[in-house]
Write a protein that binds this ligand. Structure first.
Ligand code: SF4
Ligand code: SF4
Length: 271
């Protein structure tokens, strides 16, 4: 298998792009042990593969997180891709890589003020999966070159700064410890997050206002998704269908139920 064949399979599985970049060579960040910052422990790794799956957002007033549904879909697709690579005898390891740093450094994406990265034509509406690949005469994977033009959209725009309800974006840049997403990995959020969160599991407000995404029109969630995220059902503890859609790992310890109870108490039963 080679670069071209890998890309064909990745497309079949729903990925729009498979970027093949050099392996990471960054200093280890102890606070982020799940990320493979360099390949000291994986000297066989010759290529970082970043898999890109675009998604359409749901309308801004919808509490259902389109991002996490797409993320779970992309996770399952990356597991299948790894299986096919291994079946063909290629060496690979599905791994959390420093995706933003790699994509920006090797010009596969543009950095944004909101800390996200933008990939034309998908804007920031993408989910990523990543893996390390080996290279051998039978499977000669190799890094490729990319040339996403540096854009200066953020220089003349403050839309995300103005829209962020947590004031996490300012003239000084993005402050991760003020961002809602930073606190939403756990099961219990600080009260201020429950007070302002608009969607389950995460926040997409800065993406909703970003001109890089203006051409991506929201779509209504399918009926099956609406049913799974019915706020009354979630509040009553019927979370299984929603957990199947977004993945069990990120919804443990009654997280969806707590969010639904909060939405009902704070906003009533609307949408
Ligand atoms: S909203 Fe404006 S400032 Fe913020 S990331 Fe998008 S283009 Fe940059
Ligand atoms: S994800 Fe939400 S809280 Fe975080 S920076 Fe964007 S708008 Fe602010």
């Amino acid at each position: 298998m080679d670069n071209s064949e890998l890309k064909i399979i990745a497309k079949e599985l729903g990925f729009a792009e498979a970027y093949l970049l050099p392996p990471p060579d960054l200093a280890r960040v102890e606070s982020e042990p799940s990320i493979i910052w360099n390949t000291e422990e994986h000297p066989w790794a010759k290529v970082s593969c970043l898999l890109v799956m675009p998604y359409s957002p749901y309308p801004a007033d919808c509490r259902i997180p389109a991002y996490y549904i797409a993320s779970n879909r992309s996770y399952r697709a990356s597991v299948e891709l790894a299986k096919r690579l291994e079946a063909a005898g290629a060496r690979c390891l599905r791994a959390e890589l420093p995706i933003k740093q790699l994509a920006v450094r090797y010009r596969a994406a543009s950095p944004c003020r909101s800390s996200l990265i933008s990939i034309p034509p998908y804007g920031t509406r993408v989910v990523f999966q990543s893996m390390l690949l080996g290279s051998s005469p039978e499977h000669p994977f190799s890094p490729e070159e990319y040339s996403v033009a540096e854009d200066d959209m953020c220089a003349s725009c403050r839309a995300c700064e103005a829209a962020c309800p947590a004031h996490a974006i300012s003239g000084d840049g993005y402050d991760v410890k003020k961002c809602m997403r930073y606190y939403m990995d756990g099961a219990d959020y600080p009260d201020w997050v429950y007070g302002i969160q608009r969607t389950h599991l995460g926040c997409e407000i800065c993406q909703q206002v970003c001109p890089r995404n203006a051409h991506i029109k929201p779509t209504e969630p399918p009926e099956e998704v609406v049913r799974a995220f019915d706020v009354e059902s979630l509040a009553a503890g019927d979370t299984k269908p929603a957990r199947l859609l977004v993945g069990k790992n990120i919804t443990g310890r009654g997280k969806l139920q707590k969010e639904a109870l909060n939405f009902l108490k704070r906003d009533g039963g609307v949408r």
